[in-house]
Each structure stands twice: as C-alpha cells, then as structure tokens.
Design a protein around this ligand. Structure first.
Ligand code: ASP
Length: 301
C-alpha cells in the first residue's frame, strides 16, 4: 500500500457574502489567526480533526463572524447555532443544531463525534449531551454582540425582519490534511439573519455544509443553506474530486451547479487527500485562507 504521509495542509473560510468594507480587515485577521492556530497543531504532528476543531474555535470566538460569539439573531432576536465536525478516516461525524447555550458549538460536535452513537443532536438535547461531556453552558446573551443587536432592532423597526437569500452571513469552516494523510472538515454558523426559530440550515448536515473522506477530499460550504441542501453541495464537490477533478475545478463546478440548478449563492473550500486546495464562490466576496507551501499565510476576500 502506498504511504500516505506527506505535507500537512489547511484551509479556513469566514463566509461567502457581501462583506462590508469596514469588516474586511477584521475578517482577514480572524482567518489568519485561525490558520496560525490550526497550523501549529499540524506542524507538531497533530491530527487533522484537532486542527479543524481548534481553527474553528478561534473563528467562533471572533465576534466578526456569524458563529459562536457574534452570531446572527433569528426572528425572535435569539442566537441559534449549528455546527458539524467530520472525520474523513472513519466517516464519523458529530453535529449540533439550533443550540442556544453553547459558546463553541464545534466542541459539542466533537464530543458527539467521539462518543456516538448519534450524529446530529438538536436544541436542549444537544445541550444536555454537551454538558454531560463537560462543556460548560453559557448565557445566550454572551453570544450577542452590539452590531447584531443594532441590526436586528433597526430592521425590526423598518418591518424588514425577514431572512432573504441575498443575506447569507459569515459562517466559518475549516478543512485539513495532517502529516499522516488523514483529512477532516468542519463548519459552524449562527445561520441566516432573521431566520425562523428552529430553522436548521445546511451547515450541520453531512454532505450539505460539510463532508470529508480520506479517500478523496474534505469540503466546508457556506451560503444560502436552503439552496446548498438541495444539491448536497459538499458531497458533490468531494465526489467530483473522486472522479478525477482537481480541488480547484471541483469547487468551481459545484458552485456553478448551485447557481444553475437552484439559483443559489454561496461558496466552498476544498482540500484533497494529497493536500491540494480549491475554493470557489458566486457571492461578491468570500473570505478564505490557507497555508502556502513555504509556510506563509495567504488570506483572500
Ligand atoms: N449556510 C448557512 C446557513 O444557511 C449560512 C452561511 O453560510 O452564511 O445557515
């Protein structure tokens, strides 16, 4: 059997959307910090799954992104978050949906992945599971930042408090390959602004907002979840790599399909079992970054 060892590889994103100019520098800095954290783990021989989880925790803690602290508010003015972590070696995944009391939903996803037997837990059941794993629960108010509160209040006054496909957000994600050739992917989000309470998007669904298979590739998607779910976009991208496309070509093809078949908007990052990377989006911007071959951090918006 051919050796699977080799160079580690890491990519992160902070959402495909119309990033306002005043948030661009913060989005870039946040992605750079997440890359540094994940890369430190990979460079020391750590696992892809640890690197993905750690990078996403950094992004969840950064208030500029729509994940963890800083998440968008739903129609009730409440934060409800979704997250998933998938291990490409085993195809095991752990995911949470519509949680309100977990500061780092990706940690709860990791716990579900490891403890089994379930893959996706929602709401209070997910929170109970996380608490039993030793993850402290938080006050929902801890997750709300002034920017999001003001936006919600302003739109409510204007009678515009509804979710629209033009307003996806700064969902976060990461994909990694470690030095042993294992790959993993994760995605975390507060979901779309003004969504109906209880709405669950593509992000925590295996194959939609995230997929990883060490035999082919790992993907994390972002954008209008109701469209991404219809084409099962992350799995589509991974299957295109399995069929022989490069990650760059597979990412492009998947985003074209999103636009053509369901008129969806969004993007994705993709990394194959050899560590080659790809990214594509059809929104005005997507913030994403990777660690280049010389070890430097590259971030695009
Ligand atoms: N895909 C996320 C959702 O629909 C939103 C996003 O990526 O911005 O919940």
């Amino acid at each position: 059997m051919a050796s699977r060892s080799g160079q580690p590889s890491l990519m992160v994103h902070g959402g495909a959307w119309n990033i306002p100019a005043e948030l661009e520098a913060d989005c870039r800095a946040g992605c750079a910090r997440a890359l540094q954290t994940g890369w430190q783990i990979l460079a020391q021989g750590g696992s892809a799954i640890d690197a993905v989880e750690a990078a996403i925790v950094v992004l969840e803690e950064d208030p500029v992104f729509d994940a963890g602290v800083g998440s968008h508010l739903n129609a009730d003015g409440v934060v409800q978050m979704d997250a998933i972590l998938m291990d490409g070696e085993t195809l095991n995944a752990g995911a949470v949906a519509a949680v309100e009391h977990i500061r780092n939903p990706i940690r709860a996803a990791r716990c579900i992945l490891e403890k089994g037997p379930h893959i996706l837990l929602a709401g209070t059941g997910a929170e109970r599971f996380a608490a039993a794993c030793g993850i402290p629960l938080c006050e929902p108010s801890e997750l709300i930042v002034p920017r999001e509160k003001q936006r919600w209040e302003a739109l409510r006054k204007q009678g515009q408090l509804r979710t629209t496909p033009e307003r996806p957000g700064s969902t976060v994600g990461a994909v990694a390959r470690d030095a042993q050739g294992r790959i993993a992917a994760g995605t975390s989000t507060g979901g779309t602004f003004g969504k109906h309470p209880g709405r669950i998007g593509d992000s925590p669904l295996v194959g939609c907002g995230c997929y990883a298979d060490s035999e082919s590739a790992a993907a994390s998607a972002t954008g209008w979840g109701e469209s991404i779910m219809k084409i099962v976009m992350a799995k589509m991208a991974v299957d295109l790599v399995r069929a022989g496309l490069s990650p760059a070509a597979a990412a492009l093809r998947s985003v074209h399909r999103l636009a053509e078949r369901v008129q969806g908007s969004g993007g994705l990052i993709l990394l194959d079992r050899l560590g080659r990377i790809g990214a594509a989006f059809n929104t005005p911007h997507m913030v994403y970054g990777y660690v280049a071959a010389d070890g430097s951090l590259v971030v695009h918006t």
